[in-house]
Ligand binder design. Structure first.
Ligand code: FRU
Length: 559
């Protein structure tokens, strides 16, 4: 499995479409859209793949895309096809039979490709009268110009002017992953498509009245210098007043928007929260949110090509992320598969309005069994306590900590701007004043192997405290061929941790879901019954575990 391509709910059943290579364990360009369905987002039934390369417009691959529920409840998927000339074009497909609850067969539109980067079948809003702006400069947001939507040309009235020096030319090798569409009050659909121009990443915006005929907007929804190719862009509204999800087309006074992109160049995802103006089709990120170097991430570990969808049955927005392997392609081929999906997470805007909060969907709790509680307990500096009574290789643990002697915190050096680097230097064995304290998951009996998730607390110059959360994979496996990079994120003072442990996956939610880190690890000894779980405190100062609950987890039905 590679990235995601369109999660959705239709008539109460969840569908997941994903990138899958039927011919081998690792990615290949002629990838297909595989399909699974679920009643609860936890237990899944594999179905036949729905889109295979078959036509001139996708003969070399059916790449990522998104599902959109059209008025009347009819689903459509937009996906990137790699055409016979190896260009990236956008295609559409519809379910063959809407009364089949599993939507097992999909039909590609005879009008495909519906978006061709620079092709003659395309309409182009730049070719009708409007002021010229250069949206590839940093300040383009300020210069955005409202398009009179009712002046949009009819698709067949536009004459395309093409030239290689045209600043509007699209790089056909970097033009992919159409987003879920959103419908404006003006009756126009919008989608964005990931692209780049030079080193500037772009979310190119398209408009349509009927979801079939698309017109390129004069300016992209957003772009940013030096970010490289933007893959899998996702754009959705969030409520500023309640921790609920919103339909992708919703707008209003209590709504902000989120733009997420997956950066091909560093395999990381970033998002901003900001303001979207439907009339102008402008998205302006909040100050201090992303444009200060794309600061916010859904997940600070291994998590890519993610997608959200609005779950209309439960009024929530659900985030799906793809976790690739940390092992070599040779190992993946030996194993026979690669890539998994993270546990689905509900996602909403924090009360501060500045960042998102994530939490594993409540359905995950149906897998909980064999509960263990620990009474409030003081963990002395230098101590390690094993948590007994859980299947440590497959568990869900939740805990919170209390620190009483904060004045002992080490000084925070303002040059420490990168949490990941700090975690790489200050691994779990590096003793501190307050922290590292947390858990050692997937630990072998003699602690030859473990993955440590922990906090450290520092005192900053402004007398505020900085909490560093780390996921330390440096001792996760005795197999040295695997990627054991450490991950980290700065949090505020909420010292809570929830970790989902599942054999090779360790998904941690710190600060009540503010900072999430997913790690992929391959222990050689800490497997099955050989896996143990410990709480630890490798600091000078004691810390109190104020609450601890753990559960063994049943196995979900998966593909
Ligand atoms: C994301 C991605 C997408 C592309 C797909 C190809 O990982 O590279 O940009 O559409 O995977 O499988």
């Amino acid at each position: 499995m590679s990235g995601l391509a369109g999660p959705m709910i239709y008539e109460g059943l969840y569908h997941l479409f994903y990138q899958y290579n039927p011919k081998g364990a690792v990615w290949a360009s002629d990838i297909v859209w595989a399909h699974s369905t679920s009643k609860d987002l936890i237990n899944w039934i594999p179905r036949e793949p729905v889109l295979y390369p078959s036509q001139h417009y996708d003969i070399n691959g059916c790449w990522s895309g998104s599902a959109t529920i059209l008025p009347g409840g009819k689903p459509a998927v937009l996906y990137t096809g790699i055409n016979a000339e190896n260009q990236q074009v956008q295609n559409i497909a519809f379910p063959k039979n809407l009364s089949d609850p599993y939507l097992e067969e999909w039909v590609k539109s005879p009008l495909n490709p519906v978006i061709d980067p620079n092709g003659s079948n395309m309409t182009d809003a730049s070719s009708f009268d409007s002021p010229t702006i250069d949206y590839y400069t940093n300040d383009h947001q300020d210069k955005n110009i409202a398009f009179p939507m009712n002046n949009l040309p009819e698709p067949n009235l536009i004459e395309m002017v093409q030239s290689t020096s045209d600043p509007d030319m699209i790089d056909a090798s970097n033009f992919r992953d159409p987003s879920t569409g959103w419908l404006g009050p003006d009756g126009r659909w919008r989608v964005i498509i990931g692209s780049k121009r030079g080193k500037r990443g772009i979310a190119i915006l398209y408009w349509s009245k009927d979801f079939i005929h698309w017109v390129k907007a004069k300016q992209p929804l957003h772009s940013a210098e030096d970010t490289g190719m933007w893959e899998c862009p996702d754009f959705f509204p969030v409520s500023t007043i309640a921790p609920v999800g919103l339909n992708t087309s919703v707008d209003g006074p209590n709504v902000k928007h989120v733009l997420k992109v997956s950066l091909f160049d560093n395999s990381k995802e970033y998002y901003t929260t900001g303001t979207y103006d439907y009339a102008k089709d402008v998205y302006v990120p909040n100050k201090g949110s992303i444009d200060d170097i794309f600061g916010l991430r859904f997940d600070y570990g291994k998590f890519y090509a993610s997608k959200t969808f609005f779950d209309s049955a439960k009024n929530r927005r659900v985030l799906w992320g793809w976790i690739n392997e940390s092992s070599s392609a040779d190992d993946d081929i030996k194993k026979g598969w690669s890539g998994i999906q993270a546990a689905p997470r509900a996602i909403w805007l924090d009360k501060s309005g500045k960042h998102l909060v994530q939490w594993p969907i409540t359905e995950l709790e149906t897998l909980r069994t064999g509960h263990v509680d620990m009474p409030s307990k003081l963990l002395d500096g230098g101590s390690t306590v094993e948590v007994l009574g859980l299947t440590a290789s497959q568990a869900d643990v939740e805990m919170s900590f209390k620190v009483t002697n904060l004045e002992k915190a080490e000084k925070f050096d303002p040059s420490w701007t990168n949490a990941e680097d700090l975690c790489a230097r200050k691994v779990a064995t590096v003793k501190g004043e307050i922290g590292p304290f947390g858990i050692m998951a997937l630990a072998s009996k003699g602690l030859e192997e473990y993955t440590a998730i922990f906090f450290r607390i520092f005192k900053a110059n402004n007398n505020k405290y900085v909490v560093l959360m780390c996921s330390d994979q440096s001792r996760s496996s005795l197999d040295d061929s695997t990627d054991k990079a450490n991950y980290g994120v700065f949090l505020d003072e909420k010292l809570s941790l929830r970790t989902l442990i599942d054999h090779s996956i360790v998904e941690s939610f710190g600060g009540e879901g503010k900072g999430c880190i997913t790690a992929r690890v391959y222990p050689t000894m800490a497997i099955g019954d050989g896996a143990h779980l410990h709480v630890f405190n490798n600091a000078a100062e004691a810390v109190r575990i104020s609450s601890f609950s753990g559960w063994s987890m049943n196995k979900a039905q998966i593909n």
